[in-house]
Design a protein around this ligand. Structure first.
Ligand code: WTA
Length: 632
């Protein structure tokens, strides 16, 4: 199912076949998996509705393909290699057999608490093996998991629980991150006070010796219901189009939406892309530094690597603890072969100097990955030179929560790499650029809006509970195409460089954030009349958050700024903290009352002298004072 491509020429050939006969192409990939009942139909689609069904009469369970299948042939091989936050604590190895047994025990525990196929379960946990076990246990019994990044606030957690109408939350007592201990159960308790009426059980994994508040009505210890369970659990037969998980992500308007992925297509695509993009070989140790709270962790810490029978590492900590050499120390210690991280981490480590990677033996690295935001040329070259020593091709992988898997990326050692270019679409992915009227730009050397014009197996099926939103956001902007929200350039040879979002989504340290979401949080402060949030270039984070705020008679001092920041932390979490806050008397608006973000973005970027024509604004006079007060 993989490694059929050995050169750029072969890539072009395979790509051509995949476009000419897509159903044949994907059928061949899908047949390499274990199906409880094989599929007879490959694809049924209509982007207008949208409705996309892959392998629709097939029946499977993804955990059988992640675990049972490998237990038969390589049961003793390490499936998950866990590196704890504390470097003095021992790493742990979970073999495929041990992982399957742990997943079955947890699955049986969930069943005892009444969780069944179709129920939603929220996970709010640190990067410990129990998180992987819980995710897979849900999939084992057909419960729909929704992992919420454990940095989100009680309010944000509650919003997601309520939207998903989840019947269970699985959390830990505390999380360890660097030198910090985070009282996770307390956050869950607060979320329960705010809402979460659908929740019947809070399942708590003990991760410390600390005492926690306990409510006998809902709280249950993991060890009380999981340990002692049978180590076998029949995998629930799932239709290929049954939901596997919901993952909340930000859009340009409103609250985060629940992106829905289904069992069959997601399985086929994450495995296929993992094998090809990372060129994993038996015996390799693969490490993706993402958190399982994001799509990268779902597809490329858990599902993709486990489906491929790989050894995948899970790291509990942060790159800066105990010092800026931690990533490289881990690469040396575990002889990591494929390393996958985000540009923001690379830039932060680069800022600490070349001596850190130089201290460690990084000679096992064969492939370096980048994901989540555009990688700038300087970071690309540093990564190549100081981490890969010029020997490990960089795969700049472009994709989204909605795409489920990597859609554009070099194939290491096969297609070439070019700094800042995600390069060629994967075989089977019909990526196109269009102009603002939706006309396809077929020439090379053009810039346009990135769309995908044909289904791929792991694409978004709906936004949970609101199909119309899915249609509006992704499928109605350009008729007959999936619109990514990104702008891109194609070079003279057909390589694609993704420039960034063209909508009101900003990308802060690789975390996706809707400007409207941050504004709504700021507006919760009783002394804020109106706010506007834009991204601005930030040396480490890629983009920083710049907030313009109209206040209601508060003195405009640091104390007020602090209050605004804590309001945002309360509503969303620390990842959404504004980096800069400017108090303004007015916001530039169009005659129809829409905030002119283009102008605010330029001012925030220090480009206030180049605003173009502002005479059509409703209130052109405010622009001068906004410019004068700019924090640049
Ligand atoms: C951006 C993360 C440039 C892009 C997997 C996309 C990138 C958004 C790249 C999705 C890349 C991701 N080059 N930009 N290699 N990878 N992006 O849903 O703007 O958290 O739309 O998924 O990140 O973010 P998400």
């Amino acid at each position: 199912m993989t490694y059929k491509i050995n050169s750029l020429e072969e890539y072009h050939q395979v790509y051509k076949q995949s476009v000419e006969k897509p159903e044949e192409f994907w059928k061949e990939q899908a047949e390499t998996f274990e199906w409880i009942q094989p599929f007879s139909k490959v694809l049924n689609w209509d982007f207008e509705k949208p409705e996309v069904k892959w392998f629709e009469d097939g029946v499977l369970n993804i955990t059988q393909n992640c675990l049972d299948r490998h237990v038969l042939t390589q049961g003793d091989q390490t499936a998950i290699l866990w590196e704890p936050n504390d470097p003095n604590q021992k790493a742990q190895h979970y073999s495929y057999t041990q992982l399957l047994e742990a997943v079955c025990q947890c699955a049986n525990g969930l069943k005892d608490r009444g969780i069944k196929k179709g129920d939603r379960v929220i996970l709010y946990m640190p990067m410990v093996p129990a998180l992987a076990v819980a995710v897979l246990a849900c999939a084992r019994i057909g419960a729909i998991h929704s992992v919420v990044f454990a940095g989100f606030s009680a309010q944000a957690l509650c919003d997601r629980v309520d939207d998903a109408q989840a019947s269970m939350i699985i959390c830990s007592d505390v999380n360890h991150r660097g030198a910090k201990v985070i009282a996770v159960k307390e956050v869950v308790d607060r979320a329960m006070d705010l809402g979460c009426n659908s929740v019947e059980t809070v399942l708590v994994y003990k991760n410390s010796t600390q005492e926690v508040n306990w409510s006998d009505d809902v709280d249950v210890w993991w060890h009380d219901i999981v340990e002692g369970q049978s180590k076998t659990c029949t995998a629930e037969p799932m239709n290929a189009e049954d939901m596997l998980f919901i993952l909340y992500t930000s859009g340009s308007t409103g609250k985060p939406k629940g992106v829905v992925h289904t069992c069959g297509g997601y399985m086929v695509y994450t495995c296929y892309s993992f094998k090809n993009v990372f060129q994993y070989r038996p015996g390799d140790v693969y490490w993706c530094t993402a958190d399982i709270g994001w799509i990268t962790g779902h597809s490329y810490i858990l599902y993709g690597p486990l489906l491929a029978g790989a050894t995948t590492m899970m790291f509990e900590g942060v790159p800066s603890f105990p010092d800026a050499g931690r990533f490289w120390a881990i690469c040396e210690k575990h002889k990591v072969n494929q390393f996958y991280t985000a540009p923001t981490a690379i830039r932060a480590l680069m800022a600490n100097g070349d001596a850190w990677p130089a201290k460690y033996d990084l000679s096992n690295l064969k492939v370096l990955g980048s994901v989540g935001e555009p990688i700038n040329a300087e970071a690309w070259h540093w990564y190549d030179k100081h981490v890969g020593k010029g020997q490990a091709p960089i795969v700049d992988t472009w994709w989204q929560t909605e795409t489920g898997g990597i859609l554009i990326s070099p194939l290491p050692g096969i297609t070439d790499t070019k700094p800042t270019f995600a390069s060629y679409p994967m075989p089977g992915v019909q990526a196109v650029l269009v102009d603002s009227d939706g006309n396809e730009l077929t020439e090379n050397n053009v810039e346009g809006l990135l769309c995908i014009k044909y289904p791929w197996p792991s694409m978004i099926r709906t936004t949970y509970g609101d199909h119309e939103r899915c249609r509006n956001v992704y499928f109605s902007v350009f008729k007959g195409k999936y619109f990514t929200g990104d702008g891109a350039r194609r070079d003279e040879d057909g390589r694609i460089r993704v420039i960034g979002r063209v909508d009101d989504v900003i990308n802060v340290s690789g975390h996706r954030m809707g400007t409207a979401e941050v504004e709504n949080a700021i507006n919760e402060h009783p002394n804020v009349i109106e706010s506007a949030v834009v991204g601005y270039p930030h040396a480490i984070k890629g983009q920083g958050i710049y907030a313009y705020i109209i206040s209601a008679g508060m003195s405009l001092n640091e104390a007020f700024k602090k209050e605004i920041i804590s309001t945002v932390v309360r509503e969303i979490g620390p990842i959404a903290k504004p980096d800069k806050i400017q108090f303004v008397e007015g916001l530039p608006k169009t005659r129809s009352g829409k905030i002119m973000r283009r102008i605010l973005r330029k001012i925030a970027a220090g480009d206030g002298e180049n605003l173009g024509d502002i005479s059509t604004l409703l209130n052109p006079e405010v622009v001068q004072s906004v410019k004068e007060g700019a924090l640049v």
